[in-house]
Design a protein around this ligand. Structure first.
Ligand code: ARG
Ligand code: ZN
Length: 872
């Protein structure tokens, strides 16, 4: 199939020449030949003679009627239908035929297991019928679904159910009407045989909403947590933003085949089953957290995305950045703001910084796109959320709320731009955000350099901030940005504490603070108040002081992170791992022995930064030095603190599983202790005379932790620790997990991801094995990611092997998957794109793999765009 490589530009935006006001769809479902009849009411916008251009491909056109008269005078290209000489207002009827069973790209209408479902964002609706597939065309949708009622008892679409009839041929015809005009990317259809979990929610103004979750047979109870999360999200949005739900029914369907996390289709969310199904045996604490957050995310889209939508896809961050910010605030309100913030920061410092430093760098509002699906990125989503957060920081809670209120007042029912959003924030608060808007135009991670000077005689303290952003691959400008910088000044004796919000707008600015006692220490960028790389020369003692004393938990954690980064840097320079300073080990001892409080946070303080976080601090990534150093640090901690780690592990009480913060903390801290302890007995470190005894004790601890566990979180803790340390006990326990629970797809995925994180060459053999299991399927994105994403992200040792075997494996899989699922292929390829950041030998190895991919016949636009940009 030939694809045009047509780049689309924001600068070329033109308002639609025609509007579609309503569309009535009828689907006669059949696995290989589904017939779709679409009747649209369309009108010309303004005085012009332009043709109507409809998008569509990947189906068979069976007929077109204009005002009920067959139409034969049209042009059909690969991807469009062009209709000329149309009246100003007309009805267009189009009949198409599709093959959902062969749709492995999982865009448009496809089969997931035995169920039909759709994914239309960004441009999937054009695989169903010819239509103006752009978000600024908002129509009222009516949907009729005809299918065999026995095989497909649930026939679902957007809006409210309006009819359900039995046809003469025994088929059922179900009709849905969605009164809210919407772009076609929010259309959804689901047909299947599910278990149903039902509840209801009454909104603040008294509207009773039916809540319905549809999951695979036998899984009803596994949807309870998601359902409860939904109710919490509905209440939170009313309390926080005064936003209520607007239809009589809210449905969530969980499917096993899904390219992304979930989709906010109006009134009918479709979810990756991984983000709905949970019970203690199958889901970890992290899964529970993600489910609550993604359920919230999709629900919050009902206002930020659906009621107010995007004018064009370059504005994607309008809905995604804002909705991620909203889901982060929700998660923070349901649990710990500090831990949620740490989570978000890790995403920015790994994936987002990498994206900004690589060939796919783009501003949160991109300016040109070949394949829109390539721009559902950490930049648009997560950096986009940081940009919203900075507005929240600058305006304060109440000011931000005023801006949101004005935004909905102005734009409800409309398709708008990021500029419209900022304008509402600005107008509601009488502020000038013109410079702030640069955040939407500039790619790249600003570096924030900090220096300070204390003048004891004048009792003044001066902080100088300097910003700079390196050039990025997209060539976007690099002007000074508005950086809100949270600061705390603390005196060493703790008698003085002041918090400030500085706003850096110039390239370089000094801020002077008067009446400051001698010996204050500055905590800069508390709460990670701007998404920047902080550069400051600060001693180990001062960092330990901040880690112990800053008011902001995020800053305390960050100080620990910086301590490790500094030690890694010293090791890289020295070309061998340095010894961990005694004062740092003393801090660890103290944390391990402290009262049982805030355990999850304690575990974060005690955790080393990951390989990815550290890598992003170097223009040329010293892969081997970082890996060796991390390994050495883990083992130094393990051997120096064996007794303390064991004691900490043992004094933490275990209770029957509940997803509840005290327990989550216990499990996380125990898991951290086990992770270090396993390193103490990993083959390479056993030393001293009591090594053998320690080894038995620790092995037993690990084994008991697994065997006595009543939940997946604890089991996974043992398995992760054992696999990472290369311990023999890992394999029998993994086999146990597979035999007992491996029939469940989500457990199979966990098992596979654990296997592929084995840091030895044996992992290649394991991978060959895994893909031959009956549970594995090349067409299922969750299965493929569980093996290959996990391998490239969680196994840096083997992925970055000097002989190139890791790169070769990933590239070959990407090339294979591209034929069936381009979106998935384009996501998997990401770790290869930044080849220029590695040493020369690795550069050559990766470049060669990318070159082969580029030359592959029939390469999708998704993969082409990324590979070509990377090689240019
Ligand atoms: N809008 C969805 C969300 O909640 C993501 C859907 C993206 N889908 C895609 N094929 N790119 O974030
Ligand atoms: Zn979203």
């Amino acid at each position: 199939m030939s694809q045009s490589r047509q780049i689309k530009r924001l600068a070329d935006y033109q308002a639609p020449a025609f509007l579609t006001h309503s569309i009535e769809l009828e689907f006669v479902l059949d696995p290989a030949a589904t017939q779709v009849t679409a009747i649209s009411k369309i009108s010309r916008q303004g005085a012009h003679q332009l043709p109507l251009m409809l998008d569509g491909h990947g189906f068979e056109l069976l007929g077109i009627w204009l005002n009920n008269v067959p139409l034969t005078d049209y042009q059909q290209t690969d991807e469009q239908l062009v209709l000329s000489q149309l009246p100003d207002e007309f009805e267009l009827k189009i009949v198409t035929q599709l093959n959902p069973a062969e749709n492995t790209a999982l865009e448009g209408l496809y089969l997931s297991g035995g169920a039909y479902c759709t994914q239309c964002e960004a441009e999937g609706f054009r695989r169903i019928t010819y239509y103006q597939d752009r978000p600024d065309v908002l129509a009222v949708f009516t949907t009729h679904i005809i299918a065999d009622g026995k095989s497909y008892p649930h026939l679902l679409s957007n809006g409210n159910l309006i009819a359900d009839t039995l046809l003469a041929n025994g088929q059922r015809r179900v009709s849905w009407f969605d009164p809210f005009p919407k772009p076609c990317y929010l259309f959804a259809l689901v047909a299947g045989d599910f278990d149903e979990l039902t509840d209801s929610y009454t909104t603040g103004s008294g509207r009773e909403v039916a809540l319905k979750f549809y999951v695979d047979k036998g899984n009803q109870q596994r949807a309870v947590f998601a359902l409860e999360s939904l109710k919490r999200a509905m209440l939170w949005d009313e309390q926080e933003f005064g936003l209520e739900y607007d239809l009589d029914i809210y449905m969530v369907v969980a499917v096993d085949f899904f390219n992304m996390g979930a989709m906010e289709n109006k009134g009918l969310n479709v979810f990756n089953s991984k983000y709905v199904l949970a019970n203690p045996q199958t889901a970890t604490d992290v899964d529970y957290f993600n489910i609550e957050s993604i359920i919230g995310h999709e629900y919050f889209h009902n206002w930020t995305g659906n009621r107010v939508t995007c004018r064009d896809w370059f504005q994607l961050s309008l809905k995604e950045g804002l909705t991620v910010f909203r889901d982060q605030q929700f998660s923070a309100a349901m649990g710990s703001p500090t831990l949620c913030r740490i989570d978000a920061i890790k995403t920015i410092r790994t994936a987002q910084f990498a994206e900004d430093a690589g060939p796919m760098a783009h501003p949160i509002r991109p300016e040109q796109v070949l394949e829109m699906n390539n721009f559902y990125t950490v930049t648009v989503y997560d950096k986009g959320a940081e940009v919203i957060r900075m507005q929240h920081t600058l305006l304060g809670q109440a000011g931000f709320r005023r801006g949101m209120d004005l935004y909905f007042q102005r734009f409800d029912g409309k398709a708008v731009t990021c500029d419209d959003f900022v304008q509402a924030m600005q107008d509601a608060n009488e502020r000038d955000f013109s410079q702030f808007r640069r955040w939407y135009q500039q790619a790249g991670t600003p570096q924030l350099r900090v220096t300070s000077a204390q003048d004891d005689a004048l009792a003044s303290f001066t902080l100088t901030l300097q910003q700079h952003t390196d050039a990025t691959a997209d060539g976007s400008p690099k002007l000074p940005l508005v950086l809100p910088v949270r600061l705390e000044l603390i005196s060493l004796d703790l008698s003085y504490r002041q918090q400030h919000l500085l706003v850096l707008t110039e390239e370089r600015q000094s801020f002077v603070f008067e009446q400051v006692p001698a010996n204050v220490r500055a905590v800069v960028l508390a709460d990670f108040s701007a998404p920047v790389k902080l550069l400051q020369q600060i001693s180990l003692d001062d960092l330990l002081f901040i880690a112990a004393n800053a008011s902001d938990g995020v800053a305390r954690w960050d100080a620990m992170q910086q301590i490790w980064s500094d030690l890694v840097r010293q090791s890289v320079v020295a070309a061998h791992p340095v010894l961990i300073p005694a004062s740092l080990l003393a801090m660890f001892r103290q944390l391990l022995d402290q009262p049982l409080d805030d355990l999850e946070f304690t575990a974060e303080l005690l955790a080393l930064p990951g390989f990815d976080t550290l890598a992003e601090q170097y223009p040329q990534i010293p892969v081997d030095s970082i890996l060796d150093t991390l390994q050495s640090f883990r083992q130094q901690i393990a051997s120096q603190l064996t007794a303390e780690l064991t004691r900490c592990y043992q004094r933490l009480p275990r209770q029957p599983y509940q997803y509840q913060s005290m327990q989550v903390g216990i499990r996380k801290l125990q898991s951290l202790c086990l992770g270090y302890l396993a390193q103490a007995i990993s083959a390479t470190v056993i030393s001293q005379k009591n090594a053998a005894a320690d080894s038995d004790v620790i092995t037993q601890l690990l084994q008991q932790h697994y065997l006595q566990a009543d939940n997946m979180t604890d089991r996974q803790a043992t398995l992760t620790a054992a696999v990472q340390a290369g311990l023999d006990l890992a394999q029998p326990l993994l086999l146990d997990l597979l035999e007992k629970d491996g029939h469940d797809p989500l457990i199979f995925d966990k098992w596979a991801s654990l296997q592929v994180s084995l840091p030895t060459e044996k992992v290649f053999e394991l991978i060959e094995n895994i893909v031959n299991y009956p549970q594995f399927s090349w067409n299922n994105p969750n299965r493929v990611r569980a093996v290959f994403s996990a391998f490239s992200h969680y196994n840096p040792q083997q992925f970055h092997r000097a002989d190139g075997r890791g790169y070769q494996l990933l590239a070959s899989i990407v090339g294979k998957i591209d034929h069936s699922n381009p979106q998935l292929a384009a996501r998997l390829v990401t770790p290869l794109l930044s080849w220029k950041r590695y040493d020369e030998a690795r550069q050559l190895l990766i470049q060669q793999q990318l070159g082969q991919l580029r030359d592959q016949p029939g390469l999708s636009n998704d993969l082409f765009e990324k590979v070509a940009r990377s090689l240019s």
